[in-house]
Unconditional design. Structure first.
Length: 180
């Protein structure tokens, strides 16, 4: 009788293990897991300023060096400088006498609005703004003695923003592009 009890217990343990094993094998049979990797390459907005200065005319072009189609705008920052110990240093002289005008040829593709010159179009990757932004720089000769020995420096600041998804609205804080 004792032998039958041991055999019965042993049989129950084996049957229980088989049921549990069958359950896990069934779960393993109906499930599978694999790991994959996806990659997304983001486009870039990267611009380069190309400038030529033959006083009093400054020609400016912007080249799209990035991969995204872009809108571009340019800001011109005039600064009076004086030479001190062989180095040109910015001064606080008034800029009210500085005259900056866009050349006629530029008006076809450029528009001035709120301190910026906007290129009226989308620059493809590798493309350069055409025509050049043609700027005439001059100054009134009022109080000319204050400016003796000084030079007028015209700094160029440019921004590019991807043309898709109306990004100019959030990046440049505009409701619409100035030429629309």
């Amino acid at each position: 009788m004792k032998k039958k009890g041991v055999i019965l217990t042993f049989t129950l343990v084996i049957v229980t293990l088989l049921i549990i094993g069958a359950k896990f094998n069934t779960v393993a049979y109906f499930t599978d897991a694999k790991e994959t990797e996806s990659s997304l390459k983001a486009g870039t907005v990267d611009i380069k300023i190309i400038e030529e200065f033959n006083p009093p005319v400054k020609d400016i072009q912007i080249k799209n060096m990035g991969t995204k189609k872009s809108y571009v705008r340019v800001k011109l920052i005039p600064v009076w400088q004086e030479e001190i110990n062989g180095q040109w240093i910015d001064t606080s002289l008034s800029l009210e006498n500085v005259i900056i005008n866009m050349g006629e040829i530029s008006k076809e593709k450029w528009i001035f609005s709120e301190d910026f010159y906007y290129y009226k179009g989308i620059l493809e990757s590798g493309e350069i703004t055409t025509p050049k932004l043609n700027i005439n720089v001059d100054y009134k000769e009022d109080n000319i003695s204050d400016y003796k020995g000084k030079r007028l420096k015209l700094r160029v600041y440019a921004e590019g923003v991807q043309s898709s998804n109306e990004m100019y609205k959030s990046i440049w804080n505009l409701n619409s592009l100035p030429w629309n």
